[in-house]
Ligand binder design. Structure first.
Ligand SMILES: NC(=O)c1ccc[n+]([C@@H]2O[C@H](COP(=O)([O-])OP(=O)(O)OC[C@H]3O[C@@H](n4cnc5c(N)ncnc54)[C@H](OP(=O)(O)O)[C@@H]3O)[C@@H](O)[C@H]2O)c1
Length: 348
């Protein structure tokens, strides 16, 4: 694993900020340093309630993705990565942020606290050029899934969402199946690793009673907006999906089981061929296809949005059942970078 350096003659053009430096925020920063985007974008500010010493520690060491392969240190009111200075603030209210002093082109809003366009507007009022949300937002906020609908993003828009990790994982698979076999309806079950909104031992949760239960002990059904999300991303299929989500006691990498009815009977071979061809064609680097007998840990740090496990495809007449793996943290962080890069480079 290497990190890219910025050459003298190609200074970063766009200045990014991260609001909420948790799992996704930290993955976004690290993914930037492991990608070619480092040549055109730089994180210059982070806002996170935690103290600087903890921020430095969790930037250096990560139980899931290993050590950050860079030189990381605390500097006055900030963080240094290979000598790149990142200002760190600790505001808990959007109104207290000051993005204008850092000349921020785009904020990656990764706190998980905001999904409403009027509230997110405060980032713009505080001086940011654009806001990309790390979760689906309310209706006016466009959810962008790479490979599917990035064309709907225009340069003059200021707030957009990178949708959810599950939408990014499953929408490309649904789109291929719909294009080739005409999807009539479907059900998705997400089997998702534990997240920081679950307690280690039973504790209070204010919106979902099942999330009161210890993350490491149970398979926990939780609420999901994925069915509606599919309809927002592929409007033609709006209202034709149902979804459920189960949280399981792993740290990272999730799976989705997709069941769709298609217009006519198909075979495992034709379904797998369609998905493999898409993974080698238009959806390369977004949709993966694997014929190896792998388990979830094998997809840790995989940047692709979703990987079809060909050996798990099942067909019964016109019912198709597919298993899709995805690194819910790393793939999503990479998609946030894809979307923000595309957006900042878009000219109307
Ligand atoms: N984890 C995933 O696999 C994944 C994938 C795709 C999308 N997402 C979405 O991304 C969002 C963040 O998820 P996550 O897993 O990264 O959560 P997380 O690890 O809890 O990170 C959120 C961070 O934001 C901080 N924060 C809390 N209030 C804040 C505020 N007012 N201003 C700025 N920062 C604040 C939190 O600090 P405290 O801990 O002190 O509260 C925490 O460090 C959620 O909407 C989630 O649905 C997550």
């Amino acid at each position: 694993m290497t990190v890219s350096a910025v050459s003298d003659d190609s200074a970063p053009v766009f200045r990014l900020a991260i609001n909420g430096y948790g799992r996704i925020g930290r993955c976004v920063l690290r993914a930037l340093y492991e990608s070619e985007y480092r040549q055109q974008m730089q994180v210059v500010a982070i806002n996170e309630p935690a103290d600087l010493a903890t921020i430095v520690h969790l930037t250096k060491y990560d139980s899931t993705h290993g050590r950050f392969p860079a030189t990381i240190a605390a500097v006055e009111q900030g963080l240094s990565i290979n000598g790149d200075r990142i200002a760190v603030s600790h505001c808990t209210k959007l109104a207290d942020l000051d993005w204008s002093q850092h000349r921020i082109d785009a904020v990656l809003e990764c706190s998980g606290h905001y999904d409403d366009i009027d509230t997110l507007q405060q980032h713009i009022q505080r001086g940011a050029g654009k806001v990309l949300l790390s979760q689906p937002g309310n209706t006016p906020i466009k959810p962008i899934v790479c490979g599917i609908n990035e064309h709907i993003l225009s340069a003059d828009e200021t707030i957009a969402s990178a949708a959810s990790c599950t939408s990014n994982g499953i929408a490309p698979v649904i789109a291929v199946l719909h294009q080739v076999f005409s999807v009539q309806s479907g059900v998705i079950t997400t089997i998702h690793s534990a997240m920081n909104d679950q307690p280690v031992i039973d504790a209070y949760h204010h919106t979902d009673l099942r999330k009161t239960r210890a993350a490491g002990q149970s398979i926990i059904p939780v609420e999901t907006g994925l069915a509606a999300g599919v309809g927002r991303i592929i409007p033609e299929l709006d209202g034709r999906f149902q979804a459920r989500a189960l949280r399981v006691p792993t740290l990272n990498v999730s799976a989705m089981e997709l069941t769709v009815t298609v217009a006519s009977p198909v075979s495992v071979e034709t379904v797998n061929n369609a998905l493999r061809e898409a993974s080698e064609g238009d959806l390369i680097d977004i949709l993966g296809y694997s014929e190896e007998p792998l388990a979830s840990c094998d997809f840790n740090h995989d940047p692709r949005s979703g990987i079809v496990d060909a050996g798990q495809t099942r067909v019964s007449g016109n019912i198709v059942n597919v298993l899709v793996w995805f690194d819910n943290e790393w793939a999503y962080a990479n998609r946030m970078l894809d979307v923000v890069s595309l957006w900042l480079n878009t000219k109307n």
